[in-house]
Ligand binder design. Structure first.
Ligand code: NAD
Ligand code: A1AUG
Length: 955
């Protein structure tokens, strides 16, 4: 477990635990919790018998607060029931209930359900909860629950709600008050990449809360959230102790499902001893298990939680004993609804002869009341965690509680629904301690992104920036150059990072000749060797990933996360295409055909020209180049002018990996060089990614045979986008706002996948826009070299001018609803949102490639999809909706290369989301997908007659 302190296993014998368990069980098993009784009880019992019905119920509860009227409620209910495929009498009954005239009943019932777990946020509501709990008797801690905090106003509201609770509680007999706080709700920008800034922002709102708490001696108990945020939450908690030594009582929640929690307890113990202050520790099992598992799997990060519930339960018992053993320095709050967990705490506390003031049991409002009463009767101090809010803002909380009550692994369900007996409920969890999940072995997995929540990762990246700076300015010379390009830092244009000599069309001819000469030997190099070489290059790239990303921060103005993602994507391309080539190599049988041996083989085409854009300066260049090379073609790379230092770093890496110099050459030059390469008769493949204008020119030129050309050139062509996100009336706005902002303003809108049109359906327009605008105002714009700036300048002066021109056009065409502020120095354009844009407007049709968002209105969902499709481009598209029929309609009719439902529309990952557009966005075979590599190969088939005089040997 990594803790310095040994656990005293003899603190309570199993016999004591069983004794305490028996005492609680005999009181608690006599009746059922209120949730499982009455109409709600029958409904839940019904739902628990059928997982699909349960899921349908959760989905309805999730969306209900967004549904404005009865027909919509009925439509959603019907859709969820249909999708769940509930049949028989239950299906019939539910279909009957899913009618507008009964929508009031649905609302009423879910309100009742909500109030079962939440106290209403009014004097009367809070008083009712306190009075009800006083009869138990139990103390309370109150928690202002709500939706995600995305705006400063929402964070202000959260602060005010907490201040009101601190005033309200003593008046209602809770003196001193006890409050549970979510630090992430005190700022819309809680970012581990910016710990200092986050601290400033959180502390600014925390100061009055702590002052009010100190005035009444209140406890402020900090909630723990997802694992990625834990280091920062813990650090802020410790900082709170230094900053405000006054008379408030500090406490924090720790999660037993994290294997490292014992070490965190040690940290708190040290701190308590240093400050001479008892610190509260609320020990929970952990509420985000599914999410942690999914996130870890998606990012290929180590699983931060125990794999099995039994391991969590076992660690919970160990940590309970550990905390109680240190009740002189810490104030343990054992928060669980599990009979055995509470019995362990009770037995251990008794063995240690702890007074009821030295520790407490905690439970949630509305949960397991019989056990609650039994604990109160045992003489232990009991505190009930009371969420305060309304059913709309508290929906996420409500869903978590319902899950906890209904999951098949839920101890509440097992105890009160399935009626498991004492022996089962008290069985000790197996004391395994692996905490490790074996990952499924996949042929290809994405390179995990860096975890910037870790101190060492941030400082390693900072060091890489310093080291890369020390190598600047770089100089790349060329014999008889036609010019010279200065690489400048877009955030500080006077900062020259290097100079690169430029090639002209004559150099293009020489480069193609050299590649052509190198082709036979590269073509005949065994596939296994080419694959090995690419994999070696990927390894070098991984080893140097921070330096490469740091160079992108400086040269391409990529914020840290974006720079890291670009390098990781480049590594992915190298590995993915290497794997694909292994699968394609050799002769493959086509279809069994008696009397014939029919096979197909893929062979390299010849010289490939790779023409790349600047906006993913490593990933796109490396992706196209890797595909061409591993397939056996020789390559002439022609990157865009911005990004030449990165292109040179890539070339250097390929050569260090062992690639012969003439197999891959770099030609730094402008469009004349690109055009010369495309027109060269000796070129077989042109892999282009860039604008539509250039892409179409290339297609035309490449398909016009040059003198002496005896083959058709293959053109792989990825072009621009004018991507739309449609937001339906029932969309989850917490998700939609976050996804739209990431898609529209990530890398300052300079992604072909970026969202530049937002289409709102029906009545959602004003609500969404109000929140979007306020949330947009929280994004920090500044030099990406400083980690806290997640948004930076545009790539160059021309891009800046283009964006500024479109802002003027937007002012004529629509209504400017919001504009952010950006630094004066550097090639910035202010992020801007226009409303009132119509389909014929330039803002709705033209690719801008900057931080501009055009908002359009559609009366209904179908029209919204039609509007989204009304574009020459069809690259990415997104829909936020919770109506299955609408999601289905989008899936079938929203024809774009990459459709994203209920998530952002940028950030495709190699292999997972094959990427590329249709219509005038591209030639339609997606990068990072199974079909891509074949574009760099000819396929040849061979058919051999195997019949000899009626005899077929070896068939
Ligand atoms: N679909 C995708 O996967 C994808 C990915 C990234 C960028 N893009 C698009 O790229 C554009 C932004 O990149 P950009 O500004 O570098 O694009 P661009 O079209 O201006 O330039 C792309 C490359 O083409 C070269 N080039 C320019 N004129 C040429 C010509 N006549 N013949 C041959 N080569 C020529 C450039 O020097 C550069 O290397 C946007 O439109 C964006 O949507 C598309
Ligand atoms: N593949 C990238 C976009 C590349 C274009 O610029 C994404 O999915 O966001």
């Amino acid at each position: 477990m990594g803790s310095r302190y040994p656990f005293d296993a003899a603190l309570d014998a199993e016999i004591d635990v069983r004794g305490a368990g028996q005492e609680l069980f005999s009181l608690a098993s006599a009746r059922r919790p209120a949730l499982y009784r009455g109409f709600n009880g029958s409904l839940l019992a019904y739902a628990m018998a059928d997982e699909r019905l349960l899921a349908a119920l959760f989905r309805l509860i999730d969306v209900l607060p967004q549904l404005a009227d009865s027909p919509r409620i009925a439509a959603h209910l019907r859709a969820y029931i249909d999708e769940a495929g509930v049949s028989g009498s239950a299906g019939w009954l539910l279909q009957w209930a899913a009618r507008p005239s009964l929508a009031w009943l649905v609302r009423l019932q879910s309100k009742r359900l909500a109030h079962h777990f939440l106290a209403e946020e009014s004097d009367a509501g809070v008083a009712r909860a306190i009075a009800q709990l006083a009869r138990v008797p139990a103390q309370v801690t109150m928690d202002a629950v709500g939706e995600a905090v995305l705006t400063e106003t929402e964070a202000d509201t959260y602060r005010e709600r907490n201040l009101r609770l601190l005033q309200r509680m003593p008046r209602l007999g809770q003196n001193p008050p006890h409050l549970s706080l979510k630090l992430t709700a005190l700022t819309p920008r809680f970012d581990p990449l910016d710990p200092e800034g986050t601290r400033r922002r959180v502390f600014a709102r925390l100061a009055p809360i702590v002052a009010a708490a100190a005035a009444s001696g209140a406890t402020l108990s900090v909630n723990m959230e997802q694992h990625e945020l834990k280091p920062l939450i813990l650090r802020l908690f410790l900082d709170m102790l230094n900053e405000w030594p006054g008379h408030w009582q500090p406490a924090i929640a720790l999660q037993a499902y994290l294997p490292e929690t014992a070490t965190d307890i040690d940290l708190l113990l040290d701190c308590a001893q240093r400050h001479g202050r008892r610190l509260g520790v609320r020990l929970v099992k952990g509420a985000y298990w599914d999410q942690e598992c999914a996130w870890a799997a998606q990012r290929h990060w180590p699983l931060p939680v125990f794999h099995g519930k039994a391991e969590t339960d076992a660690q919970y018992e160990r940590l309970t004993r550990y905390l109680l053993q240190h009740a002189d320095s810490l104030h343990p709050a054992i928060a669980s609804h599990n009979l055995r967990s509470q019995a362990v705490a009770l037995a251990c506390a008794r063995r240690l002869k702890l007074a009821p003031t030295q520790w407490e049991a905690q439970m949630l409002y509305g949960m397991a009341e019989p056990l609650r009463d039994a604990i109160a009767a045992s003489g232990a101090t009991l505190r009930i965690y009371v969420p305060v809010g309304n059913p709309i803002t508290g929906i996420a909380y409500l869903i978590r509680r319902l899950l906890e009550n209904t999951a098949s692994t839920s101890i509440l369900r097992q105890t009160y629904v399935e009626g498991r007996g004492f022996e089962t409920l008290m069985a000790p969890p197996p004391a395994t301690n692996s905490g490790v999940v074996k990952e499924a072995t996949a042929v290809f997995t994405n390179l995990p992104l860096l975890d910037f929540s870790l101190d060492n990762e941030r400082s390693a990246f900072q060091s890489a920036l310093t080291e890369v700076r020390a190598t600047l300015p770089r100089r790349y010379a060329l014999a008889q150059p036609v010019g010279c390009n200065s690489a400048r830092n877009p955030a500080h244009p006077d900062d020259v990072l290097g100079t690169v000599d430029l090639a002209g069309p004559e150099h293009a001819s020489v480069a193609v000749a050299a590649a052509n000469a190198a082709f036979p030997s590269w073509r005949d190099t065994p596939v296994a060797k080419r694959v090995r070489l690419l994999r070696h290059a990927a390894e070098l790239m991984v080893a140097e990933r921070r330096a490469l990303a740091a160079l992108e921060v400086l040269e391409a103005a990529k914020p840290w996360r974006e720079a890291d993602a670009d390098v990781a994507e480049a590594v992915d391309f190298l590995r993915y295409y290497a794997t694909q080539m292994e699968q394609l190599s050799g002769w493959h049988e086509t279809v069994r055909f008696p009397g014939e041996d029919n096979r197909i083989v893929y062979v390299p085409r010849g010289v490939a020209v790779v023409i790349a854009p600047w906006n993913f300066p490593l990933a796109i260049l490396a992706g196209m180049t890797a595909a061409a090379l591993v397939a056996g073609n020789c390559v002439v790379m022609k990157p865009a002018l911005p990004g030449l230092l990165i292109a040179h770093a890539f070339l250097d890496l390929l050569h260090r990996a062992g690639l012969p110099a003439d197999v891959c050459r770099l030609l730094p030059g402008d469009e004349a060089v690109g055009a010369a390469l495309v027109a060269d008769a000796r070129v077989h493949v042109i892999a282009f990614t860039g604008s539509r204008r250039v892409g179409l020119q290339i297609l035309q030129s490449a398909h016009t045979p040059a003198p002496g050309q005896r083959h058709v050139k293959q053109v792989v062509c990825e072009m621009g986008g004018k991507n739309a996100i449609v937001v339906d009336e029932d969309a989850d706005l917490d998700d939609a706002v976050t996804g739209i902002l990431e898609s529209a303003f990530g890398y300052s809108g300079q992604k072909c996948s970026a969202c530049s049109r937002l289409i709102t359906v029906g009545q959602v327009h004003d609500r969404l826009l109000a929140r979007l605008v306020e949330a947009a105002a929280t994004l920090p714009w500044g030099p990406p070299e400083q980690a806290e700036f997640t948004h930076g300048p545009l790539i160059n002066e021309a891009a800046q001018k283009k964006a500024l021109d479109y802002i003027e056009i937007g002012k004529d065409e629509g209504r400017l609803v919001w504009q952010g502020t950006v630094p004066v120095q550097g090639w910035y354009a202010p992020p801007t949102i226009f409303a009132g844009i119509r389909p014929q407007h330039r803002l709705a049709c033209e690719e801008i490639f900057g931080p501009l968002l055009a908002v359009m209105r559609a009366p209904d969902f179908e029209t919204a999809i039609t509007m989204a499709m009304d574009s020459d481009y069809a690259l990415t598209g997104g829909v936020y909706s919770r109506l299955p029929a609408h999601l289905q309609m989008a899936q079938e009719s929203f024809h774009v290369g990459n459709l994203y439902l209920n998530r952002k529309i940028t950030g495709a990952r190699v292999g997972v989301h094959p990427f590329g557009g249709i219509k005038l966005s591209g030639t339609g075979v997606q990068a990072g997908g199974a079909d891509y590599l074949k574009q760099f190969l000819w396929s040849r088939s061979m058919s051999r007659n195997t019949m000899r005089h009626g005899f077929i040997p070896n068939e």
